[in-house]
Design a protein around this ligand. Structure first.
Ligand SMILES: Nc1ncnc2c1ncn2[C@@H]1O[C@H](COP(=O)(O)OP(=O)(O)OP(=O)(O)O)[C@@H](O)[C@H]1O
Ligand SMILES: [Mg+2]
Length: 149
């Protein structure tokens, strides 16, 4: 299936860029005329994925984060967040709620949030090569309540 429209963004893994990434993806998604809840969900999921690149993929350096977003027929929105960082040894374990390799600092809930806020999430990773997180969400369209002042 080919995207109706798509965009690419490359940012450095600096924490100041997390807000930019989530705002940029949300601005692109706006053409789907999403309701407030769907837009908020995708912002939160992107924020978690980008934060993971910043804190986990490149823990002691600044690396590149590659973001791609695509709009498909029937309100399907896909976002891919890719890094060339340290990679994940055990993806299944990493995705378990409360699992974190940064104990004390982190809750281990990022993947759980992405899963609950999106319709689908796919993670592939290779040690020392990097990680790709693909998020999919079907935007259900504007709700009547969005027009209330
Ligand atoms: N892009 C990535 N590169 C390398 N490791 C990652 C990446 N994303 C996640 N991980 C690993 O998966 C674990 C779980 O990620 P998750 O986002 O669920 O929790 P967290 O980041 O540890 O905590 P929280 O997101 O609640 O602050 C991380 O602790 C880390 O070990
Ligand atoms: Mg996280």
């Amino acid at each position: 299936m080919k995207a109706v429209n798509e965009m690419k963004l490359q940012i450095e893994s600096r924490s100041v860029n997390e807000a930019f990434a989530r705002a940029a993806v949300a601005a692109f998604a706006a053409q789907l005329d999403p309701n407030i809840e769907d837009l908020s969900d995708i912002r939160t999921a992107v924020s978690e994925a980008v934060t993971n690149c910043i804190v986990h993929a490149y823990p002691d350096s600044v690396g590149k984060i590659y973001i791609w977003a695509g709009i498909y027929e029937n309100g399907l929105f896909k976002v891919r967040i890719k890094d060339k960082g340290c990679g994940i040894a055990d993806i299944r374990q990493a995705m378990e709620p409360l699992f974190t390799t940064l104990g004390g600092e982190r809750a281990g809930l990022g993947f759980a949030v992405m899963e609950s806020f999106c319709d689908k999430i796919k993670v592939t990773s290779k040690i020392e090569k990097g990680t790709v997180v693909t998020l999919e969400k079907i935007f259900s369209g504007r709700s009547a309540t969005d027009d209330r002042v």
